[in-house]
Design a binder for this molecule. Structure first.
Ligand SMILES: [Zn+2]
Length: 201
C-alpha cells in the first residue's frame, strides 16, 4: 500500500529488512524500482523525506495545547461512528496528532490496520499501527483507505488533498478542526464539536 513520494507513477516498493520484532520491521530500507531512491526504516518509522539518512524528517511534534483552551478530542466510539467503521478489514489512515486515536479505535474493532503519517513522538509502532514520516505527501497508493482522520496540526495543504486521494470512494474523512478548506471531491456531511466530517464522492 506504500508508494514512493516522487511524482512518477505508483509502483511497488521493495523492502530489505533489518531488525524485526514479531512482524514489525524496526529497521530496514525500502527501495523504489522506478526512481531508485531508498527510504530508511528507523526505529519502526519509515522515513520518506530523507535520502536514507534520517535527514529532512519532519519533526515529530509534541502535542500542541493552546493556552487557555483544553484540547477537544472525540472519544473512540464517537470517532468510530463518524468514520462509519462497522466491520473488520482494511486500512484506516491517521495524519499528524490523529495518530493518538489508533489505540482506542483498535480496542473497539479488531482486524483493521492503522497507518499513521507524521505522528507525534509519543506514538509508538504497534502490531496494528504502522508509522510513516513524509514532508510532502501521504506516501500511500490512491484509494486504499476505508477512512481517514486528519489532526488539527496537519489540517491544511497538501494534507487534505492527499487525504482525498488515498480515501476510497463513498468513505469518510474526519478533520479535527472546523475552519478548514475542504478538499474538492469530498462532500461535507457534518461540522461541529471541533470536527469536520465528509464523504468522498
Ligand atoms: Zn520513486
Amino acid at each position: 500500500m506504500l508508494r514512493c513520494p516522487e511524482t512518477h507513477e505508483e509502483a511497488f516498493l521493495v523492502m530489505s529488512t533489518g531488525e524485526m520484532v514479531g512482524r514489525m520491521v524496526r529497521s530496514g530500507i525500502l527501495g523504489c524500482p522506478i526512481c531508485r531512491r531508498e527510504y530508511a526504516i528507523v526505529r519502526g518509522v519509515v522515513n520518506f523525506s530523507g535520502p536514507g539518512t534520517g535527514e529532512g524528517l519532519p519533526p515529530r511534534q509534541k502535542y500542541a495545547v493552546a493556552a487557555g483552551a483544553p484540547p477537544r478530542s472525540p472519544d473512540a466510539q464517537t470517532l468510530q461512528a463518524l468514520l462509519d467503521l462497522s466491520g473488520p478489514g482494511g486500512y484506516v489512515v491517521l495524519v499528524g496528532s490523529a495518530a493518538r486515536h489508533a489505540v482506542g479505535l483498535a480496542g473497539l474493532m479488531g482486524g483493521i490496520h492503522f497507518v499513521a503519517i507524521n505522528a507525534p513522538s509519543e506514538v509508538e509502532e504497534l502490531p496494528v499501527l504502522s508509522l510513516l514520516a513524509c514532508a510532502k505527501m501521504i506516501p500511500l497508493r490512491g484509494a486504499m483507505a476505508r477512512s481517514l482522520v486528519v489532526g488539527a496540526d496537519w489540517a491544511g495543504d497538501p494534507w487534505l488533498g492527499e487525504a482525498q486521494r488515498v480515501l476510497l470512494r463513498g468513505r469518510r474523512l474526519v478533520i479535527e478542526a472546523e475552519r478548514v478548506k475542504p478538499p474538492s471531491g469530498v462532500t461535507q456531511l457534518a461540522i461541529g464539536e471541533g470536527l469536520w466530517v465528509g464523504e468522498k464522492r
